[in-house]
Design a protein around this ligand. Structure first.
Ligand code: GDG
Length: 499
């Protein structure tokens, strides 16, 4: 077979491809589209720009040739079972994930995991280098691939390279634990634009660059002396959802009927509270359960009046910390239900499944209160999905200050989830809030989420990326070194073409 040498003007690189490989009962393999927000955002850009997507198909030891699906050229990167264990479950999800989420769980540092991370990142970089057109644009996604920008630039200095980090970037005092802290920073600095969820994340990154490499930073710009001197932009681009799609779903009679049915099935309580999360220790599920349990124990509410639905979708079940978390959460749910449920009313409906999107929207519509109590979260799309779905301007959002979404969704009831008494008071406040006040807040929240959708996010990033090549060199005497420098707006000199 002859090798395919077609190249593409726009290449996305992410750990996972936007399709999952599925094998049916007869052993026939096929592909199922995984409808994430990223795919929705990038699909039009892909089609309009002759795009390719490089990623892992989600199963170990599967080596498939590139193929085209729904107009997008897909380039699978194979991982062995050992690499899945070391690069993915190990270094990505048991080293970087806890470290970048403020060490809520203890990160594990293993040199063999790091070696595998380097090797796999090189494979992704090589694949992207092969398919990217001369002078093309490559957009690398997320913490699994932080070395790719530098590896790619070494091979292909002609490319424009962007990187977006979907999770937080930690303060230097925490980041400094990482034995490979310098290599990661150098890897990221291979990009022209490095995007973060919050200004604070971009600020943490710039500080790490100053501390570790002693480079000059000027607001959102970093002067990199390598490659003959380049300027890198590190800036916040808060991600969002396909808001109008959630609105559309929420308006369908079937989904509205399903929402009513859910309320009835739960015994028509006065208040339904909802939590929707991957079962992850960053999401603060235990804190939310504790608050609810105490409110019931103190008779501040009863199971006849208030019920909590907790969707905890299965996640990373091969990582030990996640297995322990599941046990802990399920023990707590069992205790609370044992103590407070009655034959007719269950305190907590705990659902350890994934659901189709239609069902999620029905749940959002059925819920009077949405509980987002993350201890640390890059953005939290669930909060935005709830808001987009509430076309009736009903419902109240309780939102952790430690989720990126709190920067934009200021009309939510913001909480510090570590403060259990504060959380309990917020829950009571949300329950007692007048419909008028709820609607006022929800209208303001909806405006934000509908204006700033995921299409806007990707076009803002790609505009900045296109413009970055013309960024000015350092002006002498313009060194900015204060802690809050990320609130400065950076406007590229000479805007590039909008993609
Ligand atoms: C990372 C960052 C950042 C969950 N259960 C089901 C289901 N979901 C969907 C939600 C939402 C998505 O998964 C979860 O997104 P989040 O943003 O809430 O959290 P992470 O998975 O941790 O995502 C995060 C995000 O990347 C994007 O940059 O916001 O901070 O950690 O869309 O609806 N969807 C369906 N069934 C489920 O059971 N259909």
């Amino acid at each position: 077979m002859t090798e395919d040498t077609t190249t593409y003007a726009f290449v996305v690189v992410s750990n996972r491809l936007p399709v999952d490989r599925v094998v049916d009962a007869d052993g026939n393999a096929g592909w199922k589209k995984s409808p994430g927000g990223l795919v929705t955002a990038l699909e039009p850009v892909m089609r309009g720009n002759d795009g390719a997507w490089v990623g892992w198909p989600g199963q170990a030891d599967v080596d498939v040739e590139p193929f085209t699906s729904d107009g997008i050229h897909l380039v699978p990167v194979a991982l062995s079972a050992t690499e899945v264990e070391r690069y993915y479950e190990g270094f990505s999800n048991d080293t970087l994930w806890p470290l970048y989420h403020d060490v809520i769980a203890q990160p594990s540092y293993h040199r063999v995991w790091w070696d595998s991370y380097v090797e796999v990142n090189q494979r992704f970089a090589d694949a992207a280098a092969r398919v990217a057109q001369q002078g093309g644009t490559v957009w690398v996604q997320d913490y699994q691939l932080q070395l790719v920008p530098r590896m790619l630039r070494d091979q292909r200095p002609d490319l424009t390279i962007g990187f977006f980090n979907h999770i937080p970037f930690p303060p230097y005092g925490i980041y400094a634990q990482l034995p490979w802290r310098k290599q990661i920073i150098e890897g990221l600095l291979g990009a022209d634009v490095i995007g973060f969820q919050r200004g604070a994340d971009a600020g943490n990154f710039s500080r790490a660059v100053r501390r570790l490499l002693n480079y000059t930073t000027r607001g959102l710009l970093i002067d990199v002396p390598e490659d003959g001197g380049r300027t890198v932009v590190a800036k916040a681009f808060p991600i969002s959802i396909d808001s109008s799609e959630y609105e559309r779903l929420a308006a369908t009679p079937e989904i509205q009927a399903r929402a009513k049915q859910i309320r009835e099935d739960l015994g028509n309580p006065k208040t339904i509270m909802l939590g929707v999360d991957r079962l992850d220790y960053t999401k603060g599920i235990g804190h939310r359960l504790k608050a609810f349990g105490e409110l019931l124990a103190e008779h501040r509410m009863t199971v006849e009046d208030v019920t909590l639905v907790q969707v905890a979708s299965p996640s990373r079940e091969r990582v030990e910390t996640y297995r322990l978390l599941r046990d802990e959460i399920e023990l707590t749910v069992g205790r609370i239900n044992g103590d407070f449920s009655t034959i007719s009313h269950t305190a907590i409906s705990y659902l350890h499944h994934g659901y189709p999107r239609d069902e999620m929207v029905a749940l959002y519509l059925a819920a009077d209160i949405m509980l987002v109590t993350a201890l640390r979260d890059g953005m939290n799309l669930v909060a935005k999905e709830y808001v987009a779905s509430r076309i009736d301007n009903g419902g109240a959002l309780i939102l952790s200050e430690f989720a990126g979404a709190a920067d934009e969704l200021k009309q939510a009831l913001l909480v510090n989830p570590h403060d259990i008494d504060g959380l309990k008071n917020r829950i009571v406040e949300a329950i007692e809030m007048s419909p008028k006040e709820r609607a006022k807040r929800m209208r303001a929240l909806r405006k934000k989420v509908l204006e700033n959708d995921v299409a806007r996010w990707s076009s803002a990033f790609l505009t900045a990326l296109a413009a970055s090549k013309s960024a000015l060199p350092a002006e002498p005497g313009e060194v900015v070194d204060d802690e809050d420098d990320q609130d400065l707006e950076w406007l590229p000199p000479g805007r590039g073409p909008a993609l």
